[in-house]
Design a protein around this ligand. Structure first.
Ligand SMILES: Nc1ncnc2c1ncn2[C@@H]1O[C@H](COP(=O)(O)OP(=O)(O)O)[C@@H](O)[C@H]1O
Ligand SMILES: Cc1ncsc1CCOP(=O)(O)O
Ligand SMILES: [Mg+2]
Length: 264
């Protein structure tokens, strides 16, 4: 449920305005997330230390807090940044990597959620874990389907007054009232580690340029899906899919984004 023209508008704004996005993310994802954001038209900055993270959030247009390789100093940096973003009404995205795996991850996600994320972007296991406050999932990869978790995602979005952007074979985006599906991609996508983290960063970038976080998140996942398909058409395996994705994002025609959104 997104007008293709709105997705094209978000894509155009992303490229024309190049939003500054503060990405506090795990060690695995830093390179790919920064490069894919750059290729898509945004300006990434990986600024995480608590001594500067809050100050930097003051100039960033959106913030990502990703708990993939968390430790107390990093959590302090995330909390400093999201506190500033939240107080300033700036969009921020929580990526609850492997939140169901350990108590420390669940406690940290709960602390971050208190600062009212604009969007929670995760795979089906991560969303199920947050929605049910349980230890669902095994590590960073999903072992649930988005279709089976749709109702939990909608209930979570309503409860927290946030947008839930849940990725998988079919992406499901919901604000509790509106729900959209993003269909497509490439079945080799899960073999690219930190592609989900990069999706979270792209969601933040789109939220920076478009006020409706449900529309912005759906557009972001459509942009990524369209680029994955263009890269996939030429890729010989996950390795070339990974680097071709950067090329595809940098040259992606808006018509490809509109085509993805128009699928039902
Ligand atoms: N089997 C699949 N087919 C097509 N696209 C997929 C598939 N699995 C994941 N994706 C895409 O890969 C990106 C990362 O999502 P996902 O793998 O769910 O995140 P995470 O890495 O956090 O588990 C999303 O754009 C999603 O749509
Ligand atoms: C492998 C791994 N281990 C800790 S964080 C991380 C990256 C997870 O990235 P994604 O959730 O995007 O696959
Ligand atoms: Mg992930």
């Amino acid at each position: 449920m997104l007008d293709p023209q709105t997705a094209v508008h978000v894509h155009d704004r992303l490229r024309s305005s190049g939003p500054l996005v503060q990405v506090i993310t795990n060690y695995v994802s830093m390179d790919i997330a920064a490069n894919l954001l750059n290729a898509a038209g945004a300006s990434p900055a990986m600024v995480h230390d608590a001594r500067e993270a809050g100050e930097f959030a003051g100039i960033a247009q959106a913030v990502v807090a990703n708990i993939g390789t968390l430790s107390p100093p990093w959590v302090d940096g995330m909390l400093a940044a999201v506190e500033v973003a939240s107080a300033a009404g700036k969009p921020w995205v929580l990526d609850p990597v492997a939140v169901g795996a350990t108590a420390y991850r669940r406690e940290t996600a709960a602390l971050l959620v208190e600062h009212r994320p604009t969007v929670i972007r995760g795979n089906a296991s991560e969303i199920l874990s947050i929605a049910t406050s349980t230890g669902a999932g095994r590590g960073v990869d999903a072992d649930a389907d988005t279709a089976d978790v749709r109702a939990d995602a909608e209930a979570l979005a309503s409860k927290l007054d946030t947008v839930v952007a849940m990725t998988g074979v079919v992406d499901v985006v919901t604000d509790g009232t509106r729900t959209a599906h993003v269909i497509g991609g490439d079945d080799r996508a899960p073999m690219i580690t930190a592609l989900g983290c990069s999706a979270s960063a792209l969601v933040a970038a789109c939220c920076a340029v478009h006020d409706d976080a449900f529309e912005a998140s759906t557009a972001a996942l459509a942009i990524l899906t369209a680029a994955i398909e263009q890269a996939g058409a030429l890729a010989e395996g996950p390795g070339s899919l990974r680097w071709r994705l950067m090329d595809a994002l940098s040259t992606l025609p808006s018509s490809a984004v509109a085509d993805v959104v128009a699928r039902r």
